[in-house]
Design a protein around this ligand. Sequence first.
Ligand SMILES: NC(=O)c1ccc[n+]([C@@H]2O[C@H](COP(=O)([O-])OP(=O)(O)OC[C@H]3O[C@@H](n4cnc5c(N)ncnc54)[C@H](OP(=O)(O)O)[C@@H]3O)[C@@H](O)[C@H]2O)c1
Length: 183
Amino acid sequence: MTRVRYYTATTLDGFVAAPGDSLDWLLSRDVDPAGPMGYDGFIAGIGAIVMGGATHRWLAAHLAEAGGPDGGWPYAVPCWVFTRRDDPPAIPGADVRFVHGDPAAVHPDVVAAAGGRDVWVVGGGDLAGQYATAGLLDEVTVSIAPVTLGAGARLLPAHVELTLREVARNGEFCCARYDVVRP
Ligand SMILES: NC(=O)c1ccc[n+]([C@@H]2O[C@H](COP(=O)([O-])OP(=O)(O)OC[C@H]3O[C@@H](n4cnc5c(N)ncnc54)[C@H](OP(=O)(O)O)[C@@H]3O)[C@@H](O)[C@H]2O)c1
């Protein structure tokens, strides 16, 4: 059965980006994508992805650092981007549809596109919080970088009760996977 998974890196004090949307605190760190709770194993189980407009704009502007091996769109599965903007950046080769409003409205389409695999809520915290509030989020997995920032884009700005399921160390990161506790 498809699960909806928020999988992200975070600072120890719960920010997914520094003020101004910088990810400099993250991109230089030691991590093994093929290692414990790493990206390679995670993405193999993903059939569709969703992200907020700010995350999409960041990706569009940083394809050289965070894009695929050819510097292009890094994902091979369909993507939904939540934005109210009329002119989101176009990224060549990206299988993206731009939507707005309640995530529940498009959820059946996202799950159908996932084809039995899981849905990745890429982030940021704004959109992940909406998924949690709508009762659509099943799992939160964080890779905690050894840094605090004091300010930035928040990890998950909602009240979400969690049950710890798995922990691991990967390079510089402390990784933890939680199930969302349904009310
Ligand atoms: N550490 C990590 O691994 C990681 C992971 C993901 C993201 N990030 C970073 O986090 C930062 C962004 O996080 P964030 O929480 O500020 O933003 P976000 O969730 O990526 O995007 C929020 C924006 O998306 C649009 N949006 C959100 N929900 C919507 C809805 N239901 N309908 C229509 N539009 C909606 C709105 O802006 P518009 O209408 O103006 O588009 C909103 O301001 C970026 O710097 C990104 O790179 C880091």
